[in-house]
Every structure is written in structure tokens, then in C-alpha cells.
Design a protein around this ligand. Structure first.
Ligand SMILES: [Zn+2]
Ligand SMILES: [Zn+2]
Length: 444
């Protein structure tokens, strides 16, 4: 009869997980992470019971500490995975429509990107204050789950050090148990593990050391960016801004969200009033405004597009990760496996932005874009073998961002409006217009 409530409990827990987005866990990352946690904890408890059975207060207290650590780890892991980073509403646009020119447009979500958001290829949505897509939680880390992810990174190495502190002396005493048995004193504890548990415990030590090093390093990196109130992507944008050739009178780029270490930490961990952020608008420094970063991003994108080179495809590529017909070197010297491959066929045009010895990275141009007729095609970007295409001498006047409806519109129709008068004027003046408009009035 006792079994029934137990199974009902398990069932209700599974239903609860299902409601929370259980499918997030059905991926190699969460499955490996959860298996690793279970394995280390099981070996840790087994050794603890063999070495220090909970027969008095202190061993019981030690077991309670292990369980608390495990609960904090699992709670933050599941929260990071299920809660997610917070997604930008489909079709979102700013309240004052004239402010659209200061924002990027996402052609997949069909919405303007709110400040600090980015489109995640894996999640297929624009993510609020996106830090990175984490395969271990099979979700993005961003506005809503950054604090949980940070606590997970903080507690996991501590719990693993605790595991090492139990596993190492236990396996040592188990290995020399005959010595302790014959030559030890009465007070010496003899740990008796079967050979299978002994091997498992040794493996658990290795895994725990690996977790301490890898997760601990990730924690240090996260702590550094959180204290600056930067995400990994924003660090990259700020560094590029420092190297970007700036227009006359444009001034240096000031990162707008750095409000001092303490405020930055409280904001990321959603503590106190800082926990009321909506993920769209953020507090900024006094000498910046809401669009300081987005304008910089648009300018960087435009500069990147002016540096890009047009290639014409003369050989078909299927998008395979192992294109054997292109030779061993192409297969062997692969770009990052995490990035997509671009399927191309003869006659297509690709705007290349990154070059490797055997691979090119670019965005496919559709006939509609080349002839400037319409803009409804979905963006297709990725790597393809260099042998597929050759550089084109064709003159091609590309809009700064063909997926930004307003910019495309002005490019197509040559609208005489001052703030969006063609792409060149738009880009040169974007910062000045934004500064004049917002610097003395807070958007928040
Ligand atoms: Zn998007
Ligand atoms: Zn993602």
C-alpha cells in the first residue's frame, strides 16, 4: 500500500516537469549534466555511509548539508532550463514609432530587437539580454534565468569540492583497508567498498575534479562580466566599438549599462528594486541613452556589410558537415561545428563576411534583393566550401540592412525624410540624431 503514494508522487512530479517544459531536458546536454550530478552524488553518499555512518549528530548534519547542496544545484539547474531567458514578444515595436530607426529588426521573429536582445539560432527567437545559448541546460541564458545560472555555477564547484573531500579519503582508506585492519588502532575507521564501488568512486573523483575546473572557470568568467553588467555578446560589441573607425565628432563609445559593481551585481541577480526590470528598457549611465548600444550595433553591422565581398556560386554544395567531394583538407579544416552550413547552388550570390582557408561564411542574396524588388525572403547564412564560389567583380549597391523595413523602404524609394534619408545619411547621422534626441531626456 505504501507503494501507491510513492508512484503517485513520482507521477505528479513528472506531470509538473511536463508542464514546465520537460522536453527541454531531452537533449544530450541536460542528460549528460544530470547523469554526472547523479553519479557523483551517489558515489559521495555511498562513501559517506561507509566511512561515516549517520549514527550521531555530525554525520547526520553532514548528510543534510549534502542534500541541501544537491537541492540548490537541481533547483537552479531546472529553473535555468525551464524558466528560460525571457523572449521578445513577436511583432514587438517601440511605443514611439519614430524610434524604430535606432533598433535592429529581426526578420525571423518579425519584430524589432529590444535593447540588449539578440536572436538565438537554436531557440529560433529573440532573447532578452542574451548572454549565450547553453547546451548544458538546452536553453539560452538571459534576462530571467541569469541569476539561477549564476547560482548554479557558484554552488556546483563548492559541492564538487565537498564530494572530493569525502571521496578521496574514503577510497584511500578502502585501498589500504588491510593495513588499517591489521596495524591500525581501534579508532581507525575501515572503509569497505566492493571493487565496483571502489572503481566508481575513483571515477567520481576524476569527474568532480573536471567539474571544479570547468564550471569554476565558467563561474569566474561570469562573475567578471556580471560585475561590468555586460553579457558575453556585449563584451564583444564593446571591444569592436573600440576598434571601429569613428566619424568626426562622434566621440568614444561609452558602454551604457555599467552602473558600478554593486549595482551591476544586484541587477543581474534580480535583488531588491533591480528585480523589477521588464527586460526591454534598462537603467543607463547619465551620459548615455536607451539607444546608445543599439545605434553602435547598427553602425558595426553596416561597417561589416561594407567590408563584405560578393561571391558567385559555380558549384553546388548540399550543406553537409562532411563534404567528401571537396577533398580531405576541406573536410579536415572545418570551421566551428556549432555554426550552420549554407546550402548553395550554381548561379546564386553570397555576401561573404568571414574567410577561412577552405571555407567562406556569408549570407545568401536572393534575386529580389539584387534587383531591389521585394524583401520577404528568410535570411540564410552559414559556411560553405571555398571551392564552390569565386569573387564577383559585379558592382552591387546593397542596402545597409535589407531586413530592416524602414531602411529598405528609404533605400528603394529615396524618401526625403531627414532622419532616414537614404542609408548613408542614416548611418552617418544615426548617433548624432540619437544623442540629440535622447541624451537630455531619459526614455525610461
Ligand atoms: Zn528573432
Ligand atoms: Zn538559445
Amino acid at each position: 500500500m505504501m507503494e501507491l503514494p510513492f508512484y503517485a508522487l513520482i507521477l505528479s512530479f513528472i506531470i509538473h516537469l511536463q508542464k514546465k517544459g520537460f522536453r527541454r531536458l531531452i537533449s544530450w546536454g541536460p542528460l549528460i549534466a544530470l547523469s554526472l550530478i547523479s553519479f557523483i552524488v551517489t558515489c559521495m553518499v555511498k562513501c559517506h555511509l561507509a566511512w561515516w555512518p549517520p549514527e550521531s549528530f555530525w554525520p547526520c548534519a553532514s548528510m543534510v548539508v549534502i542534500m541541501i547542496e544537491l537541492n540548490i544545484i537541481l533547483y537552479n539547474f531546472f529553473q535555468s532550463s525551464f524558466l528560460g531567458p525571457g523572449l521578445v514578444e513577436i511583432g514587438w515595436k517601440p511605443k514611439h514609432l519614430e524610434e524604430k530607426i535606432f533598433l535592429q529588426y529581426c526578420n525571423i521573429c518579425l519584430s524589432y530587437k529590444v535593447p540588449r536582445s539578440h536572436h538565438c539560432r537554436k531557440c529560433q527567437r529573440c532573447v532578452m539580454k542574451m548572454d549565450h545559448h547553453c547546451p548544458w541546460i538546452n536553453n539560452c541564458v538571459g534576462h530571467k534565468n541569469h541569476a539561477n545560472f549564476f547560482f548554479f555555477l557558484f554552488i556546483t564547484p563548492i559541492a564538487c569540492l565537498h564530494a572530493i573531500a569525502i571521496l578521496v579519503p574514503s577510497t584511500y582508506r578502502c585501498f589500504y583497508r588491510n593495513y588499517y585492519y591489521f596495524y591500525g588502532t581501534m579508532n581507525d575507521i575501515i572503509v569497505d567498498l566492493s571493487s565496483v564501488w571502489f572503481i566508481f568512486s575513483m571515477m567520481a573523483v576524476g569527474m568532480a575534479v573536471g567539474v571544479v575546473i570547468s564550471v569554476g572557470s565558467l563561474f569566474v568568467i561570469q562573475l567578471k562580466v556580471i560585475l561590468k553588467n555586460e553579457t558575453g555578446i556585449e563584451t564583444w560589441i564593446r571591444e569592436k566599438a573600440n576598434y571601429r573607425k569613428r566619424e568626426k565628432g562622434e566621440g568614444d563609445f561609452i558602454y551604457p549599462y555599467n552602473l558600478g559593481r554593486w549595482n551591476n551585481l544586484l541587477m543581474t541577480l534580480n535583488i531588491g528594486n533591480w528585480g523589477k526590470m521588464d527586460g526591454v528598457w534598462w537603467p543607463v549611465r547619465e551620459d548615455c541613452h536607451q539607444y546608445t548600444l543599439t545605434v553602435e550595433q547598427i553602425q558595426q553591422k553596416c561597417e561589416k556589410r561594407t567590408r563584405s565581398v560578393l561571391f558567385v556560386v559555380h558549384r553546388k554544395y548540399s550543406g553537409s558537415y562532411l563534404p567528401v567531394t571537396f577533398g580531405c583538407r576541406t573536410c579536415y579544416c572545418q570551421p566551428c561545428f556549432d555554426e550552420p552550413r549554407l546550402k548553395v547552388k550554381e548561379g546564386e550570390r553570397v555576401l561573404v563576411t568571414r574567410l577561412r582557408r577552405n571555407w567562406l561564411y556569408g549570407e545568401k542574396l536572393f534575386l529580389s534583393e539584387v534587383s531591389h524588388v521585394q524583401k520577404k525572403e528568410k535570411r540564410q547564412r552559414g559556411w560553405f566550401p571555398r571551392q564552390c564560389a569565386s569573387r564577383s567583380s559585379e558592382k552591387f549597391d546593397l542596402p545597409a540592412n535589407p531586413h530592416h523595413p524602414q531602411q529598405l523602404e528609404t533605400h528603394l524609394h529615396g524618401d526625403g525624410d531627414d532622419a532616414a534619408n537614404g542609408v548613408d545619411v542614416d548611418i552617418e547621422r544615426l548617433n548624432v540624431v540619437a544623442d540629440e534626441k535622447f541624451l537630455n531626456k531619459k526614455v525610461l
